[in-house]
Design a protein around this ligand. Structure first.
Ligand code: ATP
Ligand code: MG
Length: 205
């Protein structure tokens, strides 16, 4: 399911300055690192330090002020199906069922219908969500929402999964459950992951 071997992502000298009226604020200063296939990389830091900003720059949702992101040698300048994104607040479409949420990116990518169904079944079974495919986000638990959001991000078979872990609305115990579920999913899929986490005791292998 995941792409083996050759994925390579480099973050080089990234700077991000926000300009608000006359004031300018530099959030990211000379950030560089590289990620290889199959790695699980955690971005840790206090609230407001720029983790989500960095993740969205890697996703291509916003531009950096300086520096570059390269995926397999090519410069990243906009969002693409090679990078799956799980938002800090999951951002599932509330009017769509679990099934429809996961199918959404595959429809966008115009994947043939039989392949969509086959991939959907594989993903649902990987996350033990087969019995919940017809439920809406408001009818499922926080953990199930996260699993659905991860499956939706995996639906396009991305080379790297970018995850922004939920913070505010989730208590410590819930976060632990989410991390365990995430670990189980990752063990099954082994997609390269860059995850913002608020818990430095995260024990992913
Ligand atoms: N579009 C913007 N314009 C101006 N300032 C911004 C913008 N987006 C983010 N910021 C500022 O950049 C800083 C970093 O924000 P960011 O959301 O990346 O933090 P974070 O590390 O993800 O925090 P948290 O752990 O609370 O999610 C914050 O001070 C925020 O106010
Ligand atoms: Mg954030």
């Amino acid at each position: 399911m995941s792409i083996d071997g050759e994925m390579n992502l480099t973050v080089t000298h990234i700077r991000k300055t926000f300009q608000n009226n006359s004031a300018s604020k530099t959030i990211l200063r000379d950030v560089s690192f590289a990620v290889e296939s199959g790695q699980f990389v955690s971005l840790v830091g206090p609230s407001g330090c720029g983790k989500s900003t960095l993740l969205t720059i890697i996703a291509g949702f916003q531009e950096s002020t300086a520096g570059e992101i390269r995926l397999n040698g090519g410069i990243v300048s906009r969002p693409g199906p090679d990078r799956g994104f799980v938002f800090q607040e999951f951002a599932l479409f509330p009017w769509m069922t679990v099934r429809e949420n996961i199918l959404f990116p595959m429809k966008q990518m115009k994947i043939p219908r039989p392949d969509q169904t086959e991939r959907l079944q594989k993903l649902l079974s990987m996350a033990q969500l087969e019995d919940s495919e017809h439920l809406y986000p408001s009818q499922i638990s926080g953990g199930m929402k996260q699993r659905t959001a991860v499956l939706r991000a995996l639906a396009g078979d991305p080379q790297v999964l970018l995850m922004d872990e939920p913070l505010g609305a989730v208590d410590h115990q819930m976060r632990q459950i989410l991390q365990e579920e995430l670990e189980a999913l990752w063990m099954k899929n082994r997609t390269t992951v860059i995850m913002v986490t608020h818990d430095i005791y995260c024990e992913l292998a």
